[in-house]
Design a protein around this ligand. Structure first.
Ligand SMILES: [Fe+2]
Length: 403
């Protein structure tokens, strides 16, 4: 009797062991074909981010040169475009002009057959009267290497997971979020809406369940930064090394004790999200779900840095890439991310800019005159002459504003 029981137990244990070994294979079969993205055989995956290419149907040659040269040098597995592809100063543009702008600006990506994702910026939203967001996204989806899925939250808000090299699990996930246009109620820019935050939370849970209860490490790419970007900044009187926030008329600089990653860090304009007096809830949702290993923004063309917030979220900017709009001379750039499937959170990120990839030494770009950095330069001169008087004036403005 005892012998029979022992035999039964040993068969049962063997069966359980076989089932446990087979489980990942079953899961692999389920995940195959669910995403077009996968880590390479060496366990690496490279993402290239562009934003604010911001042009017309006949784009500036230097912008196309930047995109093409970066792609040739970096050979990314995925390109993400974080909004503002269309130039707002495009009076009289037809739907066909807008479609051609997307086609011509993304041509260097499509010609190289590199998968790409895109979301919208405020200037793309500005054109919805001429071509709706669905219409704009349909133009992009008609391009052969576009992999934007159909099942997102809205046309510009969706996710695409990345399989590990073995094809057995999701090792990474990419969220593209549409941050809309201006905030009509409080001024400034809107950020994501509550329903987008709820969509993100549900998607995060869904991916976690698929991944056997472990969160899937994820990137967020979007146009407008979250308000928490101001954690990296502080007011200063040292205006020679600072930028002006025109809403407060005060100088800001990087916080002394803030953790900034090494790189070509610059911040020449006040992040646009300062007027989000009510948080969108997006940052809090990231903390709640614990899956975000990086959040990267555009919009502020002359800002480029990466920091780690007090709560441990790594986030930052890529400088704008378009030459038909303001920027930082030859430092118009792409941001590169190199991810290892065994340690996704320890990814490497760096910039490659126009001067580096083309061997140029750009001295002057006319459009850079129409920039907040010009305001910085002019105000610095005024401060130097009228410094103390200006401080008194600003104190008065602040008192009146607070009253
Ligand atoms: Fe822009």
């Amino acid at each position: 009797m005892k012998k029979t029981l022992r035999r039964f137990m040993s068969v049962l244990l063997t069966a359980l062991l076989v089932c446990a070994c087979l489980a990942p294979c079953a899961s692999a079969a389920d995940l195959a074909g669910t995403t077009p993205l996968q880590f390479n055989a060496d366990g690496k995956f490279k993402i290239c981010m562009f934003n604010d290419l911001q042009d017309k149907a006949n784009p500036d040659k230097r912008t196309l040169e930047l995109v093409g040269a970066v792609l040739d040098q970096e050979q990314p597995d995925l390109v993400v475009i974080a909004g503002d592809t269309i130039n707002d100063a495009y009076a009289g543009a037809t739907a066909e002009d807008i479609a051609n702008t997307y086609k011509n600006l993304f041509a260097p990506i499509v010609e190289r057959d590199i998968p790409f994702l895109m979301t919208f910026g405020n200037h793309d939203h500005d054109k919805i009267g001429t071509l709706s967001l669905e219409g704009q996204m349909d133009v992009c989806k008609s391009m052969s290497s576009c992999i934007v899925p159909d099942d997102g939250c809205d046309p510009g808000t969706y996710n695409v997971p990345v399989l590990n090299s073995a094809g057995t699990a999701y090792a990474l996930n990419v969220y593209m979020m549409d941050t809309g246009n201006k905030n009509e109620e409080v001024g400034g820019y809107r950020g994501v809406l509550p329903e987008q935050v709820e969509w993100y939370k549900a998607k995060s849970d869904e991916l976690k369940a698929i991944n056997g209860g472990e969160v899937v490490p994820s990137f967020v790419f979007q146009h407008i930064p979250v308000k928490e970007i101001y954690q990296f900044l502080e007011r200063t009187e040292d205006y020679d090394n600072a930028f002006i926030n025109l809403d407060e008329f005060r100088w800001y600089k990087f916080k002394e004790d803030m953790t900034l990653l090494p790189g070509d860090n610059f911040c020449l304009e006040a992040p646009c999200s300062e007027k989000q007096t009510v948080t969108t809830g997006q940052y809090e949702a990231w903390l709640e779900k614990g899956d975000i290993i990086g959040a990267y923004f555009g919009h502020d063309h002359i800002n480029n840095f990466v920091g780690i917030t007090n709560e441990g979220i790594q986030m930052g900017y890529n400088a704008g890439g378009g030459f038909a709009t303001y920027g930082n001379g030859g430092k118009r750039s792409a941001r590169i991310f190199v991810i290892d499937e065994n340690a996704p959170a320890d990814y490497e990120t760096y910039n490659v800019n126009y001067d580096q990839v083309t061997g140029s030494e750009t001295a002057f770009v006319f459009m850079d005159l129409v920039s907040l950095n010009t305001v910085n330069v002019v105000l610095r001169m005024i401060y130097k002459v009228f410094g103390p008087l200006f401080e008194v004036l600003m104190d008065a403005v602040e008192t009146i504003a607070a009253a």
